[in-house]
Design a protein. Structure first.
Length: 319
């Protein structure tokens, strides 16, 4: 008997004998936070950080040069301006959530700009990276306050729309490594992110952690902290090894190579087909794999069609 897309997705996440490899987050409806930390147009975000706009930039907006609000880490207590959660129209979010058929759909919350991203937006990237190494105690204190804010945001979010899972975004890696030594990450970002995870677990919400970049050095920490899903699984990580070592504890989402296949000059439907087949063979055994690109950028419709066909062809799981 064929099960619903919602049931199959839940089985995939829980690694409980799904019938097929989902093509993306099938059956999921995303309810973005009413506090958008990345503005859609040029101007300040909810923390007062300035953003510029370029229609050719991915997502349109990007942090403005010298648009950060904290001029020196020693002044963060005076210069940090937290958003006013009391000013948010939570009733509007609740109304949208009430219109969703929960028998057919899962609801996913969207919490962007995690602790690392927000810290470098507030301080500027270069200054933040220096401060993580030279002013670690001050960064820990700043992150603790930011985590308190995130926790209250999530509590109100869950109260308003009761999501099944939350996409929590924080890019921890570059193409080659973490942005900082792993022990510094654990002492600062990891410790405070665990408090945010603990909040979501206490509220009964599944954790879908987003991080671009190569984060293998702290992947086990993320799993141990309680992440139940990881996206977008960029292939700069050894995804096959991570599946072997952690596949009984976490669900992988993504992995179909954007950089070297889907968005690569000269890519063909045949190379896309081979990439999808490789990822499914590496990642789908035992459940715990949702097929999707390793980044969200515009793709050639011909290549997208080849990807979708390949997921359908190779994604049927033998019972």
């Amino acid at each position: 008997m064929t099960i619903s897309k919602k049931e199959n997705l839940l089985r995939t996440i829980r690694r409980e004998n799904p019938q097929w490899v989902p093509n993306g987050m099938e059956s999921v409806i995303t309810l973005p936070s009413p506090l958008a930390e990345r503005p859609a147009a040029a101007g300040p975000d909810v923390f007062g950080v300035m953003w510029d706009f370029d229609p050719k930039a991915e997502g349109g907006t990007y942090p403005a040069h010298n648009g950060h609000t904290i001029t020196d880490i020693s002044l963060w207590r005076e210069q940090l301006r937290l958003p006013d959660l009391d000013a948010v129209d939570w009733d509007a979010l609740k109304k949208r959530a009430d219109e969703i058929d929960r028998s057919e759909h899962l609801v996913m919350g969207f919490v962007e700009m995690g602790l690392f991203e927000r810290s470098y937006l507030l301080l500027g990237m270069e200054e933040a990276l220096i401060c993580y190494l030279t002013e670690t105690e001050e960064m820990k204190a700043l992150l603790h306050v930011l985590a308190d804010y995130k926790i209250e945001l999530i509590e109100r979010y869950v109260c308003a729309c009761k999501p099944d899972l939350i996409w929590y975004g924080d890019d921890w890696g570059t193409q080659d490594n973490l942005f900082m030594p792993a022990d510094i990450w654990r002492e600062t970002i990891g410790a405070e992110t665990k408090r945010i995870y603990d909040c979501m677990k206490r509220l009964g919400v599944m954790i879908n952690q987003h991080s671009c970049g190569k984060i293998e050095l702290i992947f086990g920490d993320m799993v141990e902290m309680g992440a139940q899903m990881f996206n977008p699984c960029q292939p700069c990580n050894d995804l096959a090894r991570l599946k072997r070592e952690y596949g009984d504890k976490i669900c992988f989402i993504g992995g179909i190579d954007s950089q070297h296949v889907l968005n690569y000059p000269g890519a063909t439907p045949e190379t896309v087909d081979a990439e999808v087949r490789k990822r499914i063979e590496e990642m789908a055994h035992g459940g715990g794999y949702i097929a999707a690109p390793s980044h969200s950028v515009p793709y050639d419709p011909v290549l997208l069609r080849a990807m979708n066909e390949a997921i359908a062809n190779y994604g049927i799981i033998k019972q």
